[in-house]
Design a protein around this ligand. Sequence first.
Ligand code: HEC
Ligand code: HEC
Length: 220
Amino acid sequence: MTCNRVLAATPWALLALLLSTVSLTAGAEAKAISAADLRAKIQYCQDCHGPSGRGTVGGYLPIPRIAGQTPEYIERQLLAFAHSMRDKNSSLGITSAHSLSPAMRLLLAAHFSGLNPAPIGQGPRNLVATGRTIYEEGVPTDNIPACSGCHGPSAKGMNKIPRLAGQLDSYIVRELTNWSKVRGQNPLKAGASAPMKHIAHNLSAAQIAALAAYLSYLKN
Ligand code: HEC
Ligand code: HEC
């Protein structure tokens, strides 16, 4: 398309042209990252999140599973750490997220979302059936909606709604028990964490334990 023809085009066509240029730029930047740089960064993430990204337990903090997570959610959380929207005590996560370029975030999100190792599955087995019922049906008397309505019937998540299947029992308990202390810390940018705030507050410790146990064994 020549310059004159672009100028003569309708505003919608111009917008489409601009958008395609933006995505081409992101793609070009991603290609500019060498395979060795990407491998080194993946290795760095794996040192904490485990070789297959399925999380690690037993340390100071549970380090969550990121394998099979939706790419949109991974990218969003890396930004959330960089913008101090998540718990400042997990400063290791924040430090590592600051140094990532947008293109590197994109490649790392694509890499980890493509993995699907078996879950570690550490939750108490006797709570699984109760957890499943709450996940699928909610608890209307306690004002708790069905989790499946947003996170999906098999907890695979979608776009910015995270996958929960196979997530660590101890990590889910920590997030849901402390939601207002560990999420949405930057009030100007807390929007995406908002839907979970009331749900987390309405859940009892016993309900959280059951949900976490159920999700910790779920495979996809
Ligand atoms: C030094 C250990 C460490 C390293 C290295 C590390 N992380 Fe993390 N990461 C954590 C911890 C701990 C958390 C949980 C923080 C919390 O509970 O608030 C976390 C959380 C996350 C989350 C949010 C998960 C969720 O379910 O909300 C994502 C995404 C993530 N890390 C991706 C990465 C990527 C990609 C890398 C490599 C660039 C990386 N991390 C490197 C320790 C680490
Ligand atoms: C209205 C939609 C909606 C419903 C219903 C919902 N969630 Fe969520 N949930 C979200 C969104 C959006 C996020 C991402 C929040 C963020 O980005 O900080 C999330 C995040 C989470 C997280 C944090 C995941 C992580 O990797 O850190 C957990 C755990 C969670 N939800 C559990 C539940 C459970 C259990 C239920 C049912 C009792 C439930 N959710 C119901 C929308 C929902």
